[in-house]
Design a protein around this ligand. Structure first.
Ligand SMILES: [Fe+2]
Length: 187
C-alpha cells in the first residue's frame, strides 16, 4: 500500500472565541505591574489602533509577574481547546508580544486584527484587569458570522484567532487590559 505523504493541517483554522476567568489576585497583579512598567508615547501620529490610550511596549511579559498571568491565561486555553497530549504529543505555547493598556478620556479601540493566523496556530488574548464601570464589551466581526458583541466583567479573558477583526467603542477612563499574541507549538 502506498503511504499518503502529503502534509495536512492538524489544528484547523477556526473562528472559535474562548472565554475564561481569572481570580482577583491576577487582576491586582496586572494593575500593580502597570504602575511599575515604563510607558511608550502612544499619542498623535505615533498612535496605533488604541485611541486616547496609554500602554506599555510590546514586551510586558519580560516582567515576571506579568509573565505568570500570561501563563495562567494560556494554560486555560490549552484546557479549553482540548488539545490532547495523546493525539498531538507535547503542546507548547510561545508568547510573541504582550502589552498592558489603560484607557484615557474618550478612548476607543478602532477595528483591527492582530496579524496573520498561519495554519490556525496564531492566537491572541485580552484580559480585563480593571473595569471602573464594571462592564465593557468587545465586538468581533467576520464575513461568515457578521458581528458578535461579547459583554465582559473584571477578571474575564477572551482568546481568539489572531486574524479575527474586533473593536470596542464603550471603553471608559481607567479601564486596564492586558493583551497579547502567542502561537501553538506542536513538539
Ligand atoms: Fe486587539
Amino acid at each position: 500500500m502506498i503511504r499518503e505523504i502529503l502534509a495536512t493541517h492538524i489544528i484547523p483554522k477556526s473562528t472559535t472565541v474562548y472565554r475564561g476567568f481569572l481570580e482577583k489576585k491576577f487582576c491586582a497583579d496586572i494593575v500593580s505591574s502597570y504602575e511599575r512598567l515604563k510607558k511608550i508615547n502612544n499619542t498623535g501620529l505615533r498612535r496605533d489602533n488604541l485611541l486616547n490610550t496609554e500602554r506599555t511596549d510590546w514586551n510586558s511579559h519580560t516582567d515576571d509577574v506579568v509573565n505568570l498571568v500570561a501563563s495562567e491565561i494560556v494554560k486555560g486555553f490549552g484546557v479549553m481547546a482540548s488539545y490532547s497530549r495523546s493525539e498531538f504529543g507535547e503542546i507548547k505555547f510561545e508568547l510573541t508580544e504582550s502589552w498592558i493598556a489603560e484607557s484615557q478620556k474618550d478612548a476607543l479601540v478602532e477595528p483591527h486584527d492582530h496579524g496573520d493566523n498561519f495554519y490556525g496556530i496564531n492566537w491572541s488574548f485580552v484580559f480585563y484587569a480593571r473595569l471602573p464601570e464594571e462592564k465593557t464589551s468587545l465586538v468581533f466581526f467576520d464575513p461568515t458570522h457578521g458581528k458578535t458583541s461579547v459583554s465582559l466583567s473584571e477578571g474575564d479573558f477572551l482568546i481568539f484567532p489572531s486574524d479575527l477583526f474586533h473593536y470596542t467603542d464603550d471603553t471608559c477612563e481607567g479601564r486596564l487590559i492586558y493583551s497579547g499574541n502567542f502561537f501553538v507549538k506542536l513538539c
